[in-house]
Design a binder for this molecule. Structure first.
Ligand SMILES: *[C@@H]1O[C@H](CO)[C@@H](O)[C@H](O)[C@H]1NC(C)=O
Ligand SMILES: *[C@@H]1O[C@H](CO)[C@@H](O)[C@H](O)[C@H]1NC(C)=O
Ligand SMILES: *[C@@H]1O[C@H](CO)[C@@H](O)[C@H](O)[C@H]1NC(C)=O
Ligand SMILES: *[C@@H]1O[C@H](CO)[C@@H](O)[C@H](O)[C@H]1NC(C)=O
Ligand SMILES: *[C@@H]1O[C@H](CO)[C@@H](O)[C@H](O)[C@H]1NC(C)=O
Ligand SMILES: *[C@@H]1O[C@H](CO)[C@@H](O)[C@H](O)[C@H]1NC(C)=O
Ligand SMILES: *[C@@H]1O[C@H](CO)[C@@H](O)[C@H](O)[C@H]1NC(C)=O
Ligand SMILES: *[C@@H]1O[C@H](CO)[C@@H](O)[C@H](O)[C@H]1NC(C)=O
Ligand SMILES: *[C@@H]1O[C@H](CO)[C@@H](O)[C@H](O)[C@H]1NC(C)=O
Ligand SMILES: *[C@@H]1O[C@H](CO)[C@@H](O)[C@H](O)[C@H]1NC(C)=O
Ligand SMILES: *[C@@H]1O[C@H](CO)[C@@H](O)[C@H](O)[C@H]1NC(C)=O
Length: 458
């Protein structure tokens, strides 16, 4: 009995001693170096792979084995926080086989980086643990970087670029493809989350390239993102020349247009004689930088002042177009074929002078609509599928409809144009293009040259 107690006491003592040793070694375990204690025995633990530090990218998979020579001794893995890992399922788990304990990373995440330690449960053993350092690299990414950014004119601004990556990449900037020297510039500064621009002006607008690059002893890579920078400014007219007076006639229609740029894109509002426009006789075609008011004039009360208001948070513009009654033009009284080409018609169009209206209201040109007979049948006789060509007298009095198919029948109609709009359409005429001659026919070639010359001289 006494002997037994003595043995128990001895055992306990040796355990305590081992525990003390263990504690000392734990403090030293941050050194990946193998602890060398005086011994002539081979190391009881080996890691495969055995390099003290191992580099992987996020999402890589990786397995490391911890082998022990004492097959009856339990081993376990500790994570970088010192917590034992015993789970056999999950993203990072343990797979146990006799004599070896695998640590499996199904896909590595950034949080896995640090020193992982395999240790034996037999603390009395010499050198009871081995560590390796897992280094985790992360691909370069730009996270929530907006690809369109807008900053205010006259202020200091930051073009945001949120670069992520492990190791952290070096960032450089280009503006419209030109390298920006930030080293010694009062205009541009490179900050951790973007490019600082002092006193932004319109010339700072454009494409900024945020380029991230890194070169390490084991790899190098780069990536970039292009950011469109818009400069916020108050609305400005696209065109200086205005049409302060436009004309229409009752029964006709007119387009009043209002085009202005601005950043953010401005809103457009149309008013008639100071009031909102109501009723069915209008449509507004909105575009990014303009709004066209299409009016179908059904009643003389629709004439008057049309005001277009353009506004964004930085400013406002307005313009008034006076809509006055004009004379409805009379339609063409002559509409016939003047010359026939394999792929074009030259038309003869005439309209007499209107004696009862001012010079200003005389017609200044024509609109011709045309559609091939087969398309016309296909669209069930709907003229809105026809092509149109507008002619103005100031560009000459030859009316040629080019780019037609050869040997094809076309339906055509024409209307006169004056400042107040379009006349009624003429009756529909049917003309056919000449049958296409063989391509090598010298005559055809000759005609093309003549058309070309004719068009050139005009
Ligand atoms: C770690 O071990 C070395 C000898 O291997 C020793 O000199 C050093 O004091 C130890 N460090 C700590 C923090 O115990
Ligand atoms: C892991 O151990 C190495 C060597 O002891 C040390 O230099 C490194 O800082 C440790 N890494 C971490 C993340 O603690
Ligand atoms: C890692 O993989 C997950 C899905 O498997 C994916 O959503 C994630 O974007 C990947 N991360 C990286 C950095 O490639
Ligand atoms: C920046 O410019 C100043 C004055 O032009 C000059 O003295 C300085 O050396 C420059 N620094 C660098 C890093 O180029
Ligand atoms: C900002 O730039 C404009 C010209 O683009 C200049 O007129 C103005 O004085 C500058 N403002 C400041 C504070 O530098
Ligand atoms: C409009 O006119 C102003 C001066 O009257 C001029 O500075 C500006 O460049 C013009 N803008 C356009 C688009 O023609
Ligand atoms: C007005 O604009 C619309 C849409 O752009 C167009 O279809 C129509 O022909 C125009 N009206 C006139 C009279 O120019
Ligand atoms: C024209 O409009 C006015 C006011 O909207 C209305 O009083 C008048 O009856 C209209 N005239 C015709 C012919 O529709
Ligand atoms: C002018 O005369 C034409 C006929 O030549 C007529 O149809 C038209 O209504 C008249 N216009 C005006 C404004 O009197
Ligand atoms: C002709 O086609 C246009 C466009 O598809 C359509 O809006 C219009 O209602 C059609 N007109 C007829 C009379 O079918
Ligand atoms: C012209 O078209 C008609 C019918 O579409 C066809 O019969 C004729 O052979 C064509 N002529 C030439 C020269 O292509």
């Amino acid at each position: 009995m006494d002997k037994c107690i003595l043995i128990c006491c001895l055992l306990q003592l040796s355990r305590n001693a081992a525990a003390v040793f263990g504690a000392v070694e734990l403090e030293n375990s941050s050194t990946a170096r193998i602890d060398v204690l005086p011994s002539h025995l081979p190391s009881p633990l080996t890691l495969t792979p055995s390099t003290p530090s191992i580099t992987h990218f996020v999402n890589d998979s990786f397995i490391i084995f911890c082998k022990t020579v004492h097959k009856d001794v339990d081993t376990k893995w500790r994570d970088p926080r010192g917590q034992p890992r015993e789970n056999t399922k999950g993203r990072v788990h343990i797979e146990k086989k006799t004599g070896q304990l695998a640590l499996v990373f199904e896909h590595i995440s950034l949080e896995d980086k640090g020193n992982w330690t395999c240790e034996m449960d037999s603390p009395a053993a010499r050198e009871p643990r081995k560590s390796f350092e897992l280094l985790v690299n992360q691909k370069i990414s730009f996270d929530k970087t907006e690809q369109v950014q807008s900053v205010r004119e006259g202020r200091d601004a930051l073009v945001n670029c949120f670069v992520h990556g492990q190791p952290v990449p070096e960032v450089s900037w280009l503006h419209n493809g030109e390298y920006i020297n930030t080293a010694n510039s009062s205009k541009h500064k490179r900050l951790s989350d973007g490019l600082f621009i002092k006193n932004v002006s319109q010339s700072d607008a454009g494409e900024y390239t945020c380029r991230a690059m890194r070169i390490t002893p084991t790899f190098s890579d780069s990536d970039q993102i292009t950011i469109l920078l818009r400069i916020q400014h108050k609305p400005q007219w696209f065109y200086n020349e205005t049409l302060p007076v436009q004309y229409a006639y009752v029964g006709g229609s007119v387009n009043l247009s209002c085009d202005a740029m601005g950043e953010p894109p401005p809103s457009f509002t149309w008013l008639h004689n100071g009031k909102g426009i109501v009723g069915f006789n209008h449509r507004i075609f909105m575009a990014d930088y303009g709004a066209t008011l299409q009016l179908n004039i059904r009643n003389a009360s629709q004439f008057g002042d049309y005001k277009c208001k353009v506004a964004n948070p930085l400013g406002m513009l307005e313009r008034i177009i006076k809509l006055r009654p004009g004379a409805k033009p009379i339609g063409p009284t002559r509409f016939q074929l003047k010359r026939l080409y394999p792929d074009a018609f030259e038309l003869d169009l005439r309209t007499p002078r209107m004696t009862n209206v001012s010079d200003e209201m005389q017609i200044y040109g024509y609109r011709v609509a045309y559609i091939s007979e087969s398309d016309f049948k296909y669209s069930a006789g709907n003229w809105s599928y026809a092509k149109q060509r507008d002619f103005s007298f100031h560009r000459g009095h030859r009316f040629i409809i080019p780019h037609l198919e050869g040997n094809t029948t076309y339906l055509m109609r024409a209307a006169s144009r004056n400042l107040a709009g379009l006349s009624d359409w003429s009756s529909v005429k049917i003309f056919a293009t000449a049958a296409a001659a063989s391509p090598w026919h010298p005559y055809r070639w000759c005609i093309h040259v003549l058309i070309g010359l004719a068009l050139f001289w005009h």
